[in-house]
Design a protein around this ligand. Structure first.
Ligand code: SAH
Length: 372
């Protein structure tokens, strides 16, 4: 992807944030992200049609049906290993256009008892995307429920899937300065006309744990996502009490480290993260190390992370692709193979995307995570 230079006029959300910063001073990157994505009127997910060829970015289930089908079979397998509970939550966090859940339910038809026992819950903030999910799942035998908050999911055994959801959760950024750390904030440029990064004037409070300055250099950035930690803790609480697994797939790093990963994408090109809030998707890499620490602290079990390529290959990607190609003409078969390569090849999505599984204690290691 290239960076797009085309400037846009000041968006209504940008003007509102500029006015707010003039009144109250700079805001955290986390508050900026939360508004840029989720502002009830002007947030990106509320206004735009973000996903797919006509949108701004695409995701693995949108690229290849094999992604959702393999995850569907993984879920059936995990459900059987849980003792095939007669009633369980099948939850998707941030279901986008509903493609992944549609593919999961289609693959799971193989085991009609699975679908019969499932209560499908979709956690989605965007009314526009809920409408698309409703349309796409209209013909499936299971009628989904929508949740505004994770707490709306009923207390029951649960299988949870989140693809490219955690990268939307707000992060705070901290920058190494001469004698310590300062929070990197969103303020205004010298003319007061555009949003710009500024540094907090005082050191962050001591409860924020930052790397030792002796291991860092001036200008280094460290990121923390409290929202991702809170979500993970909520998932762990449900799973440890009622049993189940949560499969989290996203781009990110295995080990916590330094680096600015805040990014924006518009029209399939990188975009400056502070330009045109509400018109571009603003995300950050997921810190899988930090999630794993929360999982262990919560008494749940963390499997992985493993790379998306390894996970999908472990579930039989190659075999499934060849099955799908049977009876297709050369062009169709090439398209299927190219889609699978895009989601699993190391130089495409296979390496940067990782899969992490949160499990309740005492369940066997789920497929794809053996030896991880
Ligand atoms: N999982 C889908 C879409 C990923 S895009 C796919 O793989 O294609 C991110 C999704 O998460 C969107 O549906 C967006 O509206 C939703 N989302 C983002 N932040 C959210 C939040 N805080 N609560 C609920 N849904 C959220």
């Amino acid at each position: 992807m290239t960076t797009t230079p085309e400037p846009l006029e000041t968006t209504p959300l940008e003007q509102r944030l500029i006015d707010l910063i003039k009144l109250k001073g700079p805001m955290s990157v986390a508050d900026y992200m939360a508004d840029a994505l989720g502002h009830p009127h002007d947030g990106y997910y509320m206004r735009q049609a973000p996903i797919g060829a006509e949108g701004d970015f695409t995701t693995a289930p949108e690229i290849s049906q094999v992604f959702g089908e393999l995850i569907g079979l993984w879920l059936v397998d995990a459900w059987r290993a849980m003792g095939s509970p007669k009633s369980f939550n099948l939850v998707e966090l941030g279901p986008g256009r509903g493609v992944l859940m549609a593919d999961i339910l289609r693959a799971a038809r193989l085991r009609p008892e699975f679908t019969k026992s499932a209560m499908v819950w979709l956690l989605e903030t965007s009314g526009r995307l809920r409408h698309e999910q409703q349309k796409r799942l209209r013909t499936s035998e299971v009628k989904p429920f929508w949740a505004d908050e994770f707490a709306d999911i009923p207390p029951a055994p649960s299988l949870i899937v989140a693809n490219e959801f955690f990268d939307c959760l707000p992060i705070r950024q901290f920058e190494r300065v001469k004698n310590g750390w300062r929070e990197r904030l969103v303020g205004l440029d010298p003319d007061g006309k555009k949003l710009a990064f500024v540094l907090g004037r005082t050191p962050p409070p001591p409860e924020i744990i930052l790397p030792d300055i002796s291991e860092t250099k001036i200008g280094d950035i460290y990121e923390i996502s409290s929202r991702a930690q809170e979500f993970t803790a909520e998932i762990c609480a449900l799973l440890t009490q009622h049993g189940g697994h949560a499969l989290i797939i996203d781009y990110g790093h295995m080990a916590s480290g330094l680096g600015d990963t805040l990014q924006a994408v518009r029209n399939h090109k990188y975009w400056a993260p502070l330009a045109s809030p509400g018109r571009a998707d603003v995300t950050a890499h997921v810190d899988f190390d930090a999630l794993s620490c929360t999982i262990i602290d919560s008494g749940a079990v963390a499997h992985g992370p493993v790379t998306q390529g390894r996970f999908l290959e472990g579930l039989g990607l190659t075999l499934r692709v060849e099955m799908l190609c049977k009876g297709k003409d050369a062009a169709q078969a090439n398209e299927i193979r190219a889609g699978a390569a895009r989601i699993a090849a190391p130089n495409q999505m296979g390496e940067i995307f990782k899969a992490l599984c949160i499990s309740s204690p005492s369940l066997p290691v789920p497929a794809g995570f053996e030896g991880a």
